[in-house]
Design a protein around this ligand. Structure first.
Ligand code: DX5
Ligand code: ZN
Length: 226
């Protein structure tokens, strides 16, 4: 089993709050605010200025967030060669670590390091990357995260055709071709797009701007969960 005990695969539909969309100067209390509003997970976007043009935050901030929330914390590593940086992030106390197969020729090594640390591994596919690119990895992960924007920034509009990859993966699970796992969408997800993503088969809805920018985040979570 590769799952850490704080993360369950393929469970009920959850909103995962992307702290990239909050006031990062108060990330720990902002994460608590999101959980209070009903977010079932916290999503932490790590950007290295190479794999994506932007730079976000590192392990210290994630450790501060993980220390104060009871829900699972997922670390989305938008970094080149994640296997070189992983240990610092594994030490944060976060639960799930998501790597991009586009970012390293050694993605399997990265997944194995995550499993060895008794954490939960996931992979993320950029808009230009088909599911078939990651076929050999699907038996080894607890989550496939489909980017529904080009990674790098919050606040972009969802690319609806990316949901075809969610449909493809959900069909593979239903046909018994791959094991049950979390299917998530990341980018431009909010009350206006969550339903389409759920209908496509996503069970983790990552939201930054829509959640932290909302006047009533609890209402936003309710709307997203339908
Ligand atoms: C984009 C990030 C997303 C981002 C989503 O590179 O991976 O997690 O925070 O932000 P919104 O919800 O604002 O589109
Ligand atoms: Zn993300």
């Amino acid at each position: 089993m590769s799952s850490s005990d704080r993360v369950s695969r393929g469970a009920s539909v959850q909103v995962s709050a992307s702290i990239l969309g909050c006031d990062l100067g108060r990330a720990a209390s902002e994460a608590q605010r999101a959980v209070k509003a009903g977010a079932g997970m916290i999503h932490a976007d790590v950007m290295d200025g190479h794999f994506v043009p932007n730079i976000s935050f590192g392990p210290d901030l994630i450790a501060r967030v993980a220390a104060v929330v009871e829900v699972p914390v997922s670390v989305h590593l938008m970094v080149e060669r994640p296997e070189r940086l992983l240990q610092a992030f594994l030490d944060t106390g976060a639960d799930r670590f998501i790597v991009h197969p586009e970012a390293t020729p050694n993605v399997r090594r990265a997944i194995d390091l995550i499993v060895e640390a008794q954490a939960s591994p996931g992979i993320c596919l950029n808009p230009g990357t088909p599911v078939s690119f990651a076929e050999a990895l699907l038996d080894h992960v607890d989550e496939v995260l489909i980017m529904t924007v080009n990674p790098g920034w919050g606040g972009q509009a969802m690319l609806p055709e990316q949901l075809n990859k969610v449909r493809e993966l959900r069909e593979m699970i239903e046909a018994g071709e791959i094991h049950d796992m979390d299917l998530s969408v990341d980018g431009g997800i909010g009350p206006a797009t969550a339903r389409e993503a759920r209908l496509a088969g996503a069970n983790i809805l990552v939201a930054g701007t829509a959640l932290f920018g909302a006047p009533d985040p609890a209402e936003t979570v309710r709307q997203m969960l339908g």
